[in-house]
Design a binder for this molecule. Sequence first.
Ligand code: 13P
Ligand code: SF4
Length: 431
Amino acid sequence: MTSVQVKIQSFETARPAPGAATSPAAGGSCTPELAVSPWNFDAGSPAYGPGSSMEDVAPADTPRQGVIPEEYRLADDAELGGRIRRAKEQLGEDLVVLGHFYQRDEVVEHADFVGDSFQLANAALSREDAKYIVFCGVHFMAETADILSRDDQAVVLPNLAAGCSMADMADSSSVEECWEQLMELYADEDDDGRAAVVPVTYMNSSAALKGFVGRNGGIVCTSSNAATVLEWAFERGRRVLFFPDQHLGRNTAKAMGVPLEAMPMWNPRAALGGNDEQTLRDARVILWHGFCSVHKRFTVEQIEGARAQFPEVQVIVHPECPMPVVDAADAAGSTDFIRKAVAAATEPSVFAIGTEVNMVNRLADEYPQHTIFCLDPVVCPCSTMYRIHPGYLAWVLEELVAGRVVNRITVDEGTTAHAKVALQRMLDAKP
Ligand code: 13P
Ligand code: SF4
């Protein structure tokens, strides 16, 4: 079996290595601009930038990244790499750098911990001695690290424009409004000792929403513990309000035996979310109308294509993919689940993977004995994860060396207190 080694130093150059098998993953790239010059998108109005979520509308209050000094914009990867390493040496034990699996290789190589969002939340907790936590990921992850860390630890996000378009699909005022409507609707139900509805927010949400669920008897989940968390919620309530990702909610609840007709969708722009009263009374899980534009790209046709080309292929997808894609795959799970599935294969195997392309291509590099490719033939990274260019990492680290904390992410005290309760419930909910 020949391996497919697509090196994604910059996604515009993505191609199979010489001699590699022709792969369904070799279909060009979506929009190359962001790979080279993310700072070109730092000035204007808020936007996610080119990549998978380019078409999504960024909220007007999205944090903006000011343009960083020219020396970082002009430096090449080798120079930036050297500067990052020197700054890390100078900061020593005062610093911990966390990197999500979706980050580009030139950033991941500097991370002290690389993991999924759940593992990185724990990693932030584990380095009590660090004064600075530099989070190479997206905004909600840095907020979570700030909530879980001590007040005197500073969490830094190298590029403030690294948000998450899915997290932005549930804003707190729309969720509060939904909650009020549901409370009013269920007010006449008999008291059986359980809550009428338990709010569950995916980790990919603002700190304000984590605080909201903490205040209202709810809990946070990640893609690695969503079933455990739903069980926790069903023990305490007759129904669940799940936000922002409809797909994770639907895929998880369906696997637990909840019928699709008991999972209405809540459209925040319509009264009662676009549902009639009876549908909401019969509901077991009310799904917010949110989605991830990266995982929305995966289709059943791509799976059929992979199976036609490699009959022995194992298709593994992230549960943020639409339900028909998860149903057609051989397995679905968090980014760490995907990594472990590949690591566990003892014989040369073929894997078609439905998740962010930087992670898939790193797996292909790490396991050259396997044929590993992204289900999506078009190389299209998560545009917000990709905003963390090594130029920003070098900038924030050198500022720390100079005694200046830039791009600090701070969650206010009140929100932190409630969000901590919701996160602790998640950390305590055992499978
Ligand atoms: P994980 O929780 O699997 O790290 O996923 C985070 C994410 O943003 C997926 O799109
Ligand atoms: Fe958000 Fe999707 Fe990017 Fe994950 S991959 S950070 S859910 S936009």
